[in-house]
Design a protein around this ligand. Structure first.
Ligand code: ATP
Ligand code: MG
Length: 423
C-alpha cells in the first residue's frame, strides 16, 4: 500500500463546523469594514516576485526567508503573495485609481509564508486588512485603528491591547538611525546572526527581532520618540488626542517598529496575552512612501493586516465567544412519522434562509443532540411521538437551554421563536 498523502506542512484543512464559524467571522469582518466605507479588493494569489522585493523590502524576514517563489513556464519569477499591501498598491496603480482621489479598500484571504510551523504560525495563514490612501491627516490613522478596534470590540475580546508608536519620517529617522547604530555597534557580537547582518543596513530591524539575544541588547536603546522632528511629533500628538477623544485605549510602546520597510510615522499593533509567544493579532500603520517607491505618485497611506487564525485563537481562549457564533437549527425527529412531518418544515425554514441540519438514521435523542453539537447548531427543533400527538414541536435554545412549544405547522411562530434565540 502506498503511504497516504498528507496536507503540506504548516497548512490545515478547515472542516465543518469550524468552517461555518470561520465563514461567520469573515462575514462580520466584511460588515465592519463595509460600515466604515471600505470596498473589497481581490487581487491574484501570485504576483511578480519583484513586487514584493521592492514593496516589502529586501532585508526583511519576508523577502529574505519566507517567500514561496517559483519560476513559471515562461521563465518569469513569481511569488505566492506573502502580504496584501504591495499587491493592492500594484492594482490601484494599474487601474489608475489614485487619480480619482482617496481610496479605501479591505481585503480578506490567504497569504503564504515559508515559516517554521508552530502554534499560531502557519504557511498558509489568512488575513483581513484595510488600506486607506490619500490622506496625510492623523484622522486616517484614527479611522483605521478605530476599524481594527471595532473588530476586536464587536467580539468582546477583553484582553486585547492597542500598542502605538511613531517611527518618524525621512527627516528624523536618519538621525535616529545614527544614534541607534552608535548604541548597537559595540553590542554587535551579542546580537543574533540576522541582526548582525542587518545592523549597518537597517538597525531598526533589530528592534523588531524576536530573538531573545536582540531583546536583551535593545532594552536600553535610544528611543525614536525622543528623536522625532517637530512635524512628526505634532502628528503623533494629534493621533493620540483623537484616540483619546474616541475613548480608544492604547499604550505607547517604543519597541514597536513593524517588520516591513515601508512604514513612516504611526505604527501600531493589537496584542493579546491569550496568544502566548505569537502575541500579535494585528499590525499596521502609515506608509507614505510606498506608492511612490512602487513607481506611482506620492500618495500617503494607512492600513493594517490582522491574522484570522490568531483572531480565532483569541476568541476560543475567551471561551464564550464560539457559543455566540453558533448558527442554524438541528431538526430532531423521533421515528419515521415524525421525520415525515418535520422534513417539509425544514425545507420551508431553509427557503427563509435558516440553516437546518437533519439526520435520517433513526438515532435516539441524545445522539441527535450530539450531531447538533458537531454542527454548532444554535437551536433544536424537536418532534417526538408525544409532540406529534399534541400537534406541537419543541423549539430549544441549545446555548441557553430554554425552550418553547409551537404548533407544528406554524412556520411564523417557529421563525419568531428561532429569531429570539439568535438563529
Ligand atoms: P509575526 O511578528 O508574528 O511574525 P509579522 O510581523 O510577520 O508577524 P505581519 O506581516 O505584520 O506580521 O502580518 C500581520 C498579522 O498577520 C500578524 O500580526 C499575524 O496575526 C498574522 N500573521 C502573519 N504571519 C503569520 C503566520 N505565519 N501564521 C499566522 N498568522 C500570521
Ligand atoms: Mg513574521
Amino acid at each position: 500500500m502506498p503511504s497516504p498523502i498528507l496536507a503540506p506542512r504548516g497548512t490545515y484543512d478547515l472542516l465543518p463546523p469550524a468552517s461555518t464559524l470561520r465563514a461567520g467571522l469573515e462575514a462580520r469582518m466584511r460588515d465592519v469594514a463595509t460600515s466604515f466605507g471600505y470596498g473589497e479588493i481581490r487581487t491574484p494569489i501570485f504576483e511578480a516576485t519583484e513586487l514584493f522585493e521592492r514593496g516589502v523590502g529586501e532585508g526583511t524576514d519576508i523577502v529574505e526567508k519566507e517567500m514561496y517563489t517559483f519560476v513559471d513556464k515562461g521563465e518569469r519569477r513569481m511569488t505566492l503573495r506573502p502580504e496584501f499591501t504591495a499587491p493592492v498598491v500594484r492594482a490601484a496603480l494599474e487601474h489608475k485609481l489614485f487619480a480619482a482621489g482617496p481610496q479605501r479598500f479591505f481585503y480578506l484571504g490567504p497569504i503564504f509564508r515559508y515559516e517554521r510551523p508552530q502554534k499560531g504560525r502557519y504557511r498558509q495563514p489568512h488575513q483581513v486588512g484595510v488600506e486607506c490612501y490619500g490622506y496625510s491627516e492623523p484622522e486616517a490613522e484614527v479611522e483605521v485603528i478605530a476599524l481594527a478596534w471595532q473588530l476586536v470590540r464587536s467580539h468582546k475580546i477583553a484582553d486585547a491591547r492597542l500598542q502605538l508608536n511613531s517611527i518618524g519620517d525621512a527627516a528624523c529617522r536618519d538621525r535616529y538611525r545614527e544614534a541607534l547604530l552608535s548604541f548597537l555597534r559595540p553590542l554587535a557580537p551579542t546580537l543574533s546572526e540576522d541582526s548582525q547582518r542587518r545592523l549597518e543596513r537597517n538597525p531598526l530591524r533589530v528592534l523588531d527581532s524576536k530573538d531573545p539575544r536582540d531583546g536583551e541588547a535593545v532594552k536600553n536603546a535610544p528611543r525614536m520618540l525622543e528623536h522625532l522632528c517637530d512635524p512628526c511629533r505634532e502628528h503623533f500628538g494629534a493621533v493620540r488626542a483623537l484616540l483619546d477623544a474616541l475613548a480608544i485605549p492604547y499604550d505607547v510602546n517604543p519597541q514597536i517598529v513593524r517588520g516591513l520597510d515601508y512604514y513612516t510615522r504611526t505604527v501600531f499593533e493589537i496584542v493579546s496575552n491569550s496568544l502566548g509567544a505569537q502575541s500579535t493579532v494585528c499590525g499596521g500603520g502609515r506608509y507614505d512612501n510606498l506608492v511612490a517607491s512602487l513607481g506611482g505618485p506620492s500618495v500617503p497611506a494607512v492600513g493594517f493586516a490582522m491574522g484570522i487564525e490568531r483572531f480565532e485563537m483569541i476568541l476560543s481562549a475567551a471561551g464564550a465567544a464560539p457559543e455566540a457564533m453558533r448558527r442554524g437549527v438541528q431538526a430532531i425527529a423521533l421515528g419515521v412519522q415524525a421525520r415525515a412531518r418535520l422534513l417539509p418544515i425544514a425545507l420551508r425554514l431553509r427557503e427563509r434562509g435558516t440553516a437546518v441540519f437533519m439526520d435520517f438514521a433513526d438515532r435516539k435523542i441524545p445522539a441527535q443532540f450530539k450531531l447538533a453539537e458537531r454542527n454548532a447548531a444554535r437551536a433544536g427543533l424537536i418532534l417526538g411521538s408525544d409532540e406529534l400527538e399534541k400537534g406541537e414541536l419543541v423549539v430549544r435554545d441549545l446555548v441557553e437551554r430554554s425552550e418553547v412549544r409551537v404548533a407544528i405547522d406554524d412556520i411564523e411562530g417557529i421563525t419568531t421563536a428561532l429569531q429570539r434565540m439568535g438563529v
